[in-house]
Design a protein around this ligand. Structure first.
Ligand code: ATP
Length: 270
């Protein structure tokens, strides 16, 4: 259930969620850093239980767009956004939204794995404890379930009390995904989640995302064209803050509608 909104909007959003497909609908979104217009007039849907890849050259606004979806960009001094990101039909950019709850429902995983300097187990249950869950059996079950979903359980089940920092980079990243899953998100935002990893760890993340999309909606920023082609159902190509093209990944990679998309995916720039 969607709990993002203040009470008077809850019923309305639940009704809208039942009707809504796509999960998120971006309408005329503009994002600024001071006077700098970083993301311009974006319109696109984000479809449920699918992977959407955001691609484009450095500085085109992919991460800014991604961070705005769960209002993480609010934390950057001077950043502001205009327009709408509709979730269950209600605009996430309004002041009515409970951003703490929003960031649980729309979780985020960053380029560099950032586990807490605590045990593997504590990484999974810390936020749950903060939110008032005290039942040890329940916490243990959630931790196991999330580690299984993140394809990490078999590798760590005998050392849950060891430091998360003792894990490899790829394992730490899967732990960060498991940690996000513990909060029962509907959407996962991932900003280049495998670019800091070796090829084997990177392909494990790809496999994992393909599995997770059965249950979650995934939006991923990637510089890796092959990765987008392998895992994304939909791809959005950004250039200089604009959304140049959005569509089925296979269509975009085989027959891009725009010359700039073709030039980018064929490696002519970026
Ligand atoms: N914290 C910030 N303060 C001011 N300007 C910023 C900030 N973050 C990003 N920008 C600017 O916004 C624009 C978009 O940057 P963004 O990081 O979103 O692009 P990107 O496509 O994700 O780039 P990369 O692929 O290199 O990560 C750029 O012009 C960048 O300089």
């Amino acid at each position: 259930m969607n709990q993002v909104y203040i009470k008077q909007n809850v019923e309305e959003s639940h009704q809208n969620m039942k009707k809504a497909s796509p999960v998120l609908e971006v309408k005329d979104l503009n994002i600024y850093y001071g006077d700098h217009h970083a993301v311009k007039h974006i319109n696109m849907p984000i479809e449920e239980k699918s992977i959407t890849a955001l691609i484009g050259p450095s500085g085109c606004g992919k991460s800014t767009f991604l961070r705005t979806i769960n209002r993480m960009n609010d934390l950057i001094h001077g950043a502001r956004s205009e327009g709408e990101i509709l979730y269950g039909g209600i605009n996430l950019l309004t002041s009515k939204v409970d951003v703490v709850q929003l960031r649980k429902e729309i979780g985020m995983v960053f380029q560099r794995p950032n586990p807490f300097p605590k045990s593997i187990y504590e990484n999974l249950v810390l936020s749950l404890k903060f939110s008032g869950i005290r039942d040890k059996k329940k916490l243990k079950d959630i931790a196991e379930d999330c580690l299984r979903k993140a394809a990490l359980w078999d590798e760590v089940k005998d050392r849950l009390d060891k430091s998360a920092l003792s894990l490899s980079g790829g394992q730490q990243q899967r732990l960060c995904i498991a940690r996000a899953l513990a909060l029962k998100p509907k959407v996962l935002l991932l900003d280049e989640p495998s670019s800091a990893l070796d090829p084997v760890s990177s392909s494990k993340i790809e496999e994992l995302l393909l599995k997770l999309k059965e249950e979650y909606t995934i939006v991923i920023v990637t510089h890796n064209m092959q990765q987008a082609a392998r895992i994304a159902d939909k791809t959005a190509f950004f250039y200089q803050g604009e959304l140049v093209e959005y569509g089925d990944t296979s269509q975009m990679f085989s027959h891009p509608a725009e010359k700039r998309t073709e030039d980018y995916i064929s490696g002519r720039f970026g």
